[in-house]
Structure formats: C-alpha cells, structure tokens
Ligand binder design. Structure first.
Ligand SMILES: [Zn+2]
Length: 136
C-alpha cells in the first residue's frame, strides 16, 4: 500500500499529539549528515531510534525585513528508504522540494511547525500539498 493508507512510523514518532511528536522527532532521532546546510535553508534525513522510520526534515527561515525574529518553518516528512535514493550530499534544493512535493501528493501525514515572527509557535500534523516559504 502507498501513501495515506500506509502505516508510517510508531506511536512515538507519529504521536497524534503534534507537540509530543515534535519533541520526539527533535530529540529521539538519529541525525544524518545534512544534505543541504545553509543559514536559512537546511535539509537532513533523520531516523526514529525506536522504529527506524526515516524522515526528511526541511528547515527554512524567511528574512523579515520589518525586524524582529525571522519566521521559521519546519517540515518533517516520513519516507521509505527507496524514496530517498536521490537525496545525496550536494543535492539541489529544487530536487529536494520536487521530491517532497511528489511524496506528499500521496496523502502521507507530515509534521509542520511554524514559528512566526510574532505570535505563538504552531505545530500540526497535516497532509496534502507541500509549500515552502521563500527564503534567502
Ligand atoms: Zn518511530
């Protein structure tokens, strides 16, 4: 089975409570070498230490010309190993974004965390179209 019908991860890395899942995915995963590491755009693959589920983690930060903290956006998308073969060090941002958009089109759940320049952090499970904010 694929996509929305597929089972992803375990009760920890896919905790229905998005804050709990975020905490687990931020602390209890094995970080791999970042594939892209720029000051405002980072891509890495992480693995849940409990179940071995792989995730693509994308961090982007917008430059807020109005001052204050820059808005930050993180997407954590589960993926099977065979879906990640294109993600080698030096991969282009465009390849990463297109791959993730293709993966998300099948309706798999992903964790999204928004940290706006003003207001509170919002973390949620979501599905469907993946959109990344413009970054520097
Ligand atoms: Zn897991």
């Amino acid at each position: 089975m694929q996509g929305g019908g597929e089972r992803w991860g375990c009760a920890r890395c896919h905790d229905p409570d998005p804050e709990q899942a975020w905490r687990w995915l931020s602390a209890r995963t094995q970080p791999r070498q970042p594939l892209i590491q720029e000051s405002h755009f980072m891509v890495s693959v992480t693995i849940c230490i409990d179940c071995g589920q792989r995730f693509v983690r994308v961090f982007s930060e917008q430059i807020d010309w109005h001052g204050g903290d820059d808005p930050q956006h993180t997407e954590i998308v589960p993926a099977r190993p065979d879906e990640l073969t294109a993600l080698t060090p030096g991969v282009s941002e465009r390849t990463v974004v297109e791959l993730l958009q293709r993966l998300c089109a099948d309706g798999r759940p992903r964790l999204v965390r928004d940290w706006p320049s003003s207001g509170s952090i919002h973390t949620a499970w979501t599905t469907g179209h993946l959109w990344l904010p413009r970054h520097d």
